[in-house]
Design a protein around this ligand. Structure first.
Ligand SMILES: O=P(O)(O)OC[C@H]1O[C@H](OP(=O)(O)OP(=O)(O)O)[C@H](O)[C@@H]1O
Ligand SMILES: Nc1ncnc2[nH]cnc12
Length: 165
């Protein structure tokens, strides 16, 4: 099924603006959607005890992997670096904070992060800091696509970014 996912990605992944990737074609296809959990889970052999996902694409993909593995899902929340009042129309587009429920992990946990895309590795690095800060073990990242594998982060992807462009 991973080949089918790769084919749909190559044929129907949408790029907008200066290269922003939308993966809507994956969510819309019922067979592909049900294949994503097993395909992402198969990227790592490290037997996680919990699957984590970054807001917001990780919230969609992570539970598919967790449900496939019979595990729980840990939501990592992104927060903007600055906040503005509700009446201020200024838009904050960069996230610089990643937040974790302090009770969510124990030192016996082994965490697999799931995300749609790894570009600079900033989000994954922040997640790793949170996981290891809680004393838990970082297993790596299972992503739909990634610019690089970032060996220190253990990023594995269903398809390389260059194959999509
Ligand atoms: O490797 P990096 O440079 O950190 O980039 C990857 C992150 O960027 C995207 O998230 P974004 O903040 O755009 O949020 P989204 O999931 O809501 O699109 C993507 O979902 C990853 O979490
Ligand atoms: N959706 C996206 N498309 C392209 N580059 C990105 N970097 C982070 N998210 C991205």
């Amino acid at each position: 099924m991973t080949e089918a996912i790769r084919r749909v990605l190559k044929e129907r992944a949408v790029f907008v603006g200066d290269g922003f990737l939308h993966l809507r074609a994956l969510w819309r296809d019922p067979e592909i959607l049900s294949a994503l959990g097993p395909a992402l889970a198969a990227l790592h052999e490290g037997r996680p005890t919990v699957v984590a996902g970054n807001q917001s694409s990780g919230y969609l993909l992570g539970p598919l992997v967790a449900a496939h593995l019979g595990l729980g899902f840990l939501a990592l929340r992104k927060a903007p670096a600055e906040v503005v009042s509700a009446l201020n129309t200024a838009r904050i587009s960069e996230y610089e904070v990643l937040a974790l429920d302090p009770e969510a992990l124990t030192p016996t946990d082994r965490v697999l992060l799931v995300d749609d895309l790894v570009e600079t590795g900033t989000q994954a690095r922040a997640a790793r800091t949170l996981v290891e800060g809680a004393g838990a073990t970082w297993l790596g990242v299972a992503a739909v696509t990634a610019y690089e594998e970032y060996p220190e982060l253990g990023v594995r992807a269903l398809i390389r970014w260059e194959e999509l462009r």
